[in-house]
Design a protein around this ligand. Sequence first.
Ligand code: SAH
Length: 359
Amino acid sequence: MSEALKDYITNHIATHGPMDVGQFMSVALCHPEHGYYMKQDPFGKEGDFTTAPEISQMFGEVIGAWIADLWLQMGKPAPFGLVECGPGRGTLMADIMRATSGVEGFHAACIIHLIEISPTLKAIQNTTLKEYEPNWHQSLGAVPTSYPLIILGNEFFDALPFRQLVKTPDGWSERVVTGEMTFGLRPAGPELTAQIPEHIRGAQEGSIFELSPTRSAAMENIASLLQDAGGAGLFIDYGYETAATGDSFQALKAHGSVSVLEYIGDADLTSHVNFDALTQAAKSSGLAVQPITTQGTFLRAIGIEARAQYLMKQANDNQRADIESALKRLCDPAEMGELFKVFSVSYGQNIKPAGFDYV
Ligand code: SAH
């Protein structure tokens, strides 16, 4: 653990009182000097976790085809903005750009905007994506709306802070982090308890309900960009479709689960995304929301199997085995196929994103 970060947190708690889970997460991940995302490249075999674009180029390639289709549906706007929230190493965007290089007019029209807070990852993105001259922003609010936008995020929402409420004999309390680096409770204000859905309110004692004003606010910012500019968004993340109770706060270090309060600043912190809450935020901001689907169903619907077949034709035995195992990892229900959900929103122009069931 980062001792400097722990000192910062204990001093902060000594002065201001216990931190809610969201404040703790925010400092542990984003403290300007010692925060997890500020210091290191968290991805890959040497890192702490692996994401879909890092597993296989096929992920970004079929999403590239999805984007090209959307751009054609939108009437080939030129210019248009391709915005990625939390682009990690820039791998997804690089695969998208390679896959769209044959789409006439697409590259010439495309202006890339990356929303990234990590200087380490920005430097890596700059290497991966240099030839496309991307623009970087600290937050969504800085993205221009003078042309239509296609906004992406893979494992972006789970990295944003969330809070936890616990049902006690006296009603709902908020889970907090104390100066001893243990969990405690404090009364939950009405601004939080009002957000507990009806079917959760009567949950049994000890139940945990997670909510994230920060994630909802990010969706509202996305909505406001799309309303001003027109366009659509695609977000992929692990989580659930219907609000439910359960503790999904997790810390990942070297590809294993570790205690969330232990490796402060040296482990990634996340929780499952409540897509019901994101849907509500998007709808109340006036966006059309496609019925949520799973990663496996979505990737198959947009042609990942055909892509795998094509790549296998040109591959040697080892490469073929790799392609097959990546396909399984991305799509199999027992792997990422079902836990990961796909969420698409749009505004205006009669846009119908591919890969969703329309009723
Ligand atoms: N999309 C990438 C990376 C996912 S990890 C992939 O699939 O591989 C989360 C990403 O979001 C990282 O790039 C991280 O630095 C970034 N991030 C985390 N919190 C953020 C915030 N508040 N604003 C913008 N980016 C953030």
